[in-house]
Each structure stands twice: as structure tokens, then as C-alpha cells.
Design a protein around this ligand. Structure first.
Ligand SMILES: *Cc1c(COP(=O)(O)O)cnc(C)c1O
Length: 376
């Protein structure tokens, strides 16, 4: 038991090597004056190549990328944007800031992503966009969502903050919608400390976001310090981009580490009455965060298990709350009971930083197994 007390297992932590340190050091030492955008330009280029998209704009956060992209799509007061009720608030905040209303629909039992049927039923004459959030790396049903978007003339946005490494029938998450947004926050699969990126294949949308991202200064504008419109300041710094260049160089191994961790948890839990992140035929899950949902008919106290893990030095996290139950100014699309209102009480996220050892995974798994075995 002495071993137990010694463990300190965070739920996430970046994987930083000498490569990132060397690039960041170079940016801090030399990345000024004429070189102040060098790493930013390079980072955008390599990220575009990784994702196979035409345009990218590095940003200070995913939230900022979403905000500018939604603004560029013309989302504003009186508009509605459909998204899943189970979500991180960052997806909803830009909608609210633009004066529009997030309309929450229910999630699917298996992917925990928005239910396409509910999306279509929630469309009104005010609907301006659908946001597909690939939750915990799990892919949304993009075929169905893109078809709905096409049928109704509504853009589908991809919030792929949690889905680097996830591939939908040969296409990377974030590359399929009108635009995609990624996060490089310190908890994500790859990091720049804080940071994000806007990606798209649409030249006109790219131009609009480029202008918005530069305080509204169009790149065709000849006058210095002349704003063509009121824009934003959500830029990534050169030093952050330098770290990003190191991370993207190692992206395959960062994703593989996440996948291996998930697969080991999955093996440990395969005879338990639980569901974990799915990986449907033809898809690859980046498995950003291994998540466990205990079946409905099994008695389960999420908070008891989380505190038991904490007592053993293990930091597990709660599943996302239904945003409709929080102070976010949105509304539920339908007046009925949602899966999102129940699932978070039966679920938790397990530690998954890249350097987590097999022994740590077995240690965490034993505590979880024992807790669930006690109740059934
Ligand atoms: C992390 C996250 C964001 C926000 O990313 P930031 O870079 O912190 O703005 C947005 N959406 C989802 C789904 C996230 O997980």
C-alpha cells in the first residue's frame, strides 16, 4: 500500500522535448523584427499539410478561432446556432458574444456527439449554423450533418479542439466543415501553451477571417493603420508557434501515445458494464480523453469514485455538464428529457497524458474496476 501513497497522476500534462525547447529558445532569441512571423508562417504551413486543408490562421485560442469564423459567416443578433447540449462552454461563448442564441440538441448514446435527427428537427428560419463538436476525440456523424447542412443551406462548423488525430473515412476531423477550429491549450493532445488555429478550404471565408484577425485591416488595404472594419486581436505569438512547430513534428507519436493509453484502459474494462469512446468502422479516434460511461442499470456514484481516485493520487475529471443546465444563455431545442441530462452523472474522464506508464494505467484501472464491481 505504500506504493499507493507515492503516486501522483495528473489527468493531462503536455509532452515537451528538447525539440520544442530548442525552437522556443530560437524564437525568443532571434524571432524579432523581420523574423517575428517566421514560426507562425511555418506552423500554419505544416498544420495545413497535416490536416490536408488549403488555409490556416494560427490564433491565441480555439475560442478566438470560433469567434472569428462565426463572425465571418455572418452570425449575429437574432440568429440561432445548433450545437450539442453536452459540451465545453467554449463552443457556446462566441455564439453568445455575437448576440446569437445557442440551441442545444441531444447527443447520441454511443458517440456523445450531437444527434443528426435532432439537429434537423431543430432547424428554424433563424438557424445560421450547426456546430459539430468531436467530443473527447469521438467523431460526429459528418455525412449526416453535412447532408442536413446542404439540404437547408446552413454551414456546418467543426470544433475539432479535442479531435486532433481523429479521422473520418480518410478525412481528418476539422477538414470537412465550412471551417474547423483547434485548440492547443495545455490539456490538449498537442499544445502551444495557449493557442488555436482556424482552418478552411473556402478562399472567401479565409480572406474574411484574415481581415478580422488583423484588427479589420484587409491585406489589400494600402493605407497604414487603416481598419476596414472592426476586427479582433486573437493572434498566436511567434514563440508559441515555435513550440507548435516542435509538437506538430512529433504529432504522430503524440497521437499514438493517446491511442495506446486508451486501448490499454479499454482492455482493462472490457468485461465491465461500461461504454468507452467508440471507434466506428472506417474511422480513427484520436482518443484525446479516455472516458468511461457506466451503464444505466448499474448503481454508480461518480463523485464517490472520483474522490476515491483522488485519495490515491489520481486526478480524474467529470464529464461535461449539459450546457442547458448552466448559466449559458442558450435554450434547449426540445422540451423533453435529454440523454445529456443523465449521462454526466454516470461518466468520468481518466488520466491520459502521453507519458502515463502501463503501471499507472493498471493502478487507475484497479481502483475503477473495484469500485464498479462493488456495486453489481
Ligand atoms: C478546449 C476546447 C475549446 C477551447 O479551446 P481554447 O483554446 O481554450 O479556447 C473549445 N471547444 C472544445 C470542444 C474544447 O475542448
Amino acid at each position: 500500500m505504500a506504493d499507493k501513497q507515492l503516486r501522483n497522476i495528473p489527468y493531462t500534462r503536455p509532452s515537451i522535448t528538447e525539440t520544442e525547447v530548442a525552437y522556443a529558445t530560437d524564437a525568443a532569441r532571434n524571432g524579432w523584427g523581420d523574423h517575428c512571423y517566421d514560426y507562425i508562417i511555418r506552423f500554419e504551413e505544416v498544420f495545413k499539410a497535416h490536416l490536408d486543408v488549403k488555409y490556416a490562421i494560427a490564433t491565441s485560442s480555439c475560442t478566438g478561432a470560433l469567434h472569428m469564423g462565426m463572425h465571418a459567416l455572418g452570425i449575429g443578433p437574432g440568429d440561432e446556432v445548433i450545437m450539442a447540449d453536452t459540451n465545453w462552454v467554449a463552443t457556446a461563448a462566441p455564439i453568445v458574444h455575437l448576440g446569437a442564441t445557442p440551441v442545444f440538441v441531444d447527443i447520441l448514446q454511443d458517440s456523445w456527439c450531437l444527434d443528426p435527427q435532432q439537429v434537423e428537427a431543430a432547424i428554424t428560419s433563424n438557424t445560421k449554423a450547426i456546430v459539430a463538436v468531436h467530443l473527447y476525440g469521438n467523431l460526429c456523424d459528418m455525412d449526416a450533418l453535412l447532408k442536413i447542412g446542404e439540404r437547408h443551406g446552413i454551414p456546418v462548423i467543426e470544433d475539432a479542439a479535442e479531435a486532433i488525430g481523429s479521422v473520418y473515412h480518410g478525412k481528418r476531423a476539422g477538414s470537412m466543415g465550412s471551417f474547423g477550429a483547434f485548440s492547443f491549450h495545455g490539456t490538449k493532445t498537442m499544445t502551444t501553451g495557449e493557442g488555436g488555429i482556424f482552418v478552411t478550404n473556402q478562399p472567401d471565408l479565409y480572406e474574411r477571417v484574415l481581415t478580422l484577425s488583423n484588427h479589420g485591416r484587409s491585406r489589400a488595404q494600402g493605407k497604414q493603420f487603416w481598419p476596414d472594419l472592426v476586427g479582433y486581436k486573437y493572434k498566436m505569438s511567434n514563440v508559441q508557434a515555435a513550440i507548435g512547430c516542435g509538437q506538430i513534428q512529433r504529432i504522430d507519436c503524440l497521437i499514438e501515445a493517446k491511442r495506446n493509453i486508451f486501448l490499454m484502459y479499454y482492455e482493462c474494462f472490457k468485461d465491465l458494464p461500461v461504454r468507452m469512446n467508440p471507434e466506428p468502422e472506417g474511422c480513427t479516434n484520436g482518443f484525446w480523453m479516455p472516458t468511461l460511461v457506466v451503464e444505466d442499470d448499474i448503481p454508480f456514484e461518480r463523485d464517490v469514485l472520483i474522490s476515491e481516485l483522488k485519495q490515491n493520487g489520481v486526478d480524474a475529471r467529470v464529464f461535461f455538464w449539459p450546457l442547458s443546465a448552466t448559466p449559458v444563455q442558450g435554450r434547449k431545442a426540445f422540451n423533453r428529457r435529454f440523454i445529456s441530462e443523465n449521462i454526466y452523472l454516470r461518466a468520468l474522464n481518466l488520466p491520459s497524458f502521453h507519458d502515463l506508464t502501463d503501471s499507472d494505467i493498471l493502478f487507475v484501472s484497479d481502483i475503477v474496476r473495484n469500485a464498479i464491481a462493488r456495486t453489481h
